[in-house]
Design a protein around this ligand. Structure first.
Ligand code: ADP
Ligand code: DP6
Length: 325
């Protein structure tokens, strides 16, 4: 009873930022992402009769505390949902990006874990059901089951039975590229989970964020349909700025940005002023992702790599959904 799955991270162009049900991980709004081929998690799950609890190794180190508890709770959910009984697992996982630094390690991490665990159990479930299951490990992870452009439909049902990701366009539909720009790879102080909860509970700007989403979603889908890069980029950048604005209206207020984050944002806007269509988006962390087209790769790379605040830049193309090794 062993299987290995590989899942790529995804970057949200329209952000998931808030839950309507915290235990089932049901979002307040639909979100839309691009799966990235540059970063992935590979996870092997082995169900072993001789174990008395789950054992989790991440990048070669045994994991304890909150990270362990999240993984164990997810395995408990799988055991319950599929009537597996008390058989525990050995989990060996490897992230190709920094963990918990705004590079969506939770997305690829829980997608790979869900894929490997269900494969090891030989469960006959399709990608839609796998996406619904994965969602309950980490919301954004449900989008990493699919490649290319992916929408997470928030659903209406109280039990979450219609809250899952769907593919909008496959990875070979449009060659949009993403540069992941590292300014600080340390673990962030406020996790996405905690940050979005504080914002939903207290931010005076949260209702404005929610009101603006239907238009952003309609516009970005039109941009994808028409392969209109400037439209795609400008909607993504504006949506990111609105999400981050909500954190400033929370109690206590907080921000994921650092000086270096702003320096990269300004460099992207300067590139645009000089005629290179590049746009930024930022998840819950200080690091920045820059969207650009293949013909501008050299110019974008040169600009980003030469910024004094930047410690690393990794290029990604549109990536595939979950696969089994
Ligand atoms: P990030 O920006 O990296 O997604 P989050 O705070 O949203 O940051 O999520 C990071 C958390 O995701 C980690 O603290 C851990 O609980 C979980 N995680 C990351 N990688 C893995 C993995 N490979 N397997 C299982 N869980 C993981
Ligand atoms: C800013 O999916 O990490 O990256 O569901 O609590 O695990 P949980 O949160 P998570 O949040 C991601 C937030 C985001 C936006 C996004 O990916 O859509």
């Amino acid at each position: 009873m062993q299987a290995t799955a590989r899942a790529h991270t995804n970057i949200a162009l329209i952000k998931y930022w808030g839950k309507r049900n915290e235990s089932l991980i049901l979002p307040t709004n639909n979100s839309l992402s691009l799966t990235l081929d540059g970063f992935y998690t590979e996870t092997t799950v082995t169900f072993r009769e001789d174990l008395t609890s789950d054992f989790f190794l991440l990048d070669g180190e045994p994991v304890m505390g909150e990270q362990y508890d999240r993984v164990q709770a997810f395995l408990d959910l799988i055991r319950r949902e599929y009537n597996i009984g008390q058989i525990y697992t050995e989990i060996k996982s490897k992230n190709t990006m920094p963990t918990a630094a705004g590079f969506a390690s939770s997305a690829s991490g829980f997608a790979a874990l869900a894929g490997a665990a269900t494969k090891a159990l030989n469960l006959d479930i399709d990608k839609t059901e796998l996406s619904r299951l994965t969602r309950q490990g980490s919301g954004s992870a449900c989008r990493s089951i699919f490649g290319g452009f992916v929408e997470w439909e928030k659903g209406e049902a109280e039990d979450g039975s219609d809250s899952q990701a769907v593919q909008i366009a496959p990875s070979n539909y449009w060659d949009v590229r993403v540069a992941a720009v590292v300014v600080d790879a340390k673990m962030k102080k406020v996790s996405s989970r905690e940050g979005m909860k504080r914002t939903v509970d207290t931010s005076v700007f949260y209702s404005g964020w929610l009101d603006s989403l239907p238009q952003d979603l309609a516009d970005i889908k039109a941009a994808i349909r028409g392969q209109d890069f400037e439209k795609l980029g400008s909607i993504s950048e504006a949506n990111c700025l609105k999400m981050h604005a909500t954190t400033l209206g929370a109690t206590p207020p907080f921000t994921y940005w650092q000086d270096s984050t702003m320096a990269v944002m300004q460099a992207v806007q300067t590139m645009r002023d000089s005629g290179i269509p590049a746009y930024f988006t930022i998840d819950a962390g200080p690091n920045v992702k820059v969207l650009y087209l293949p013909e501008d790769e050299e110019a974008v790379m040169n600009t980003l790599k030469n910024l004094p605040v930047v410690t690393d830049v990794t290029l990604s193309r549109s990536g595939e959904g979950i696969s089994y090794v």
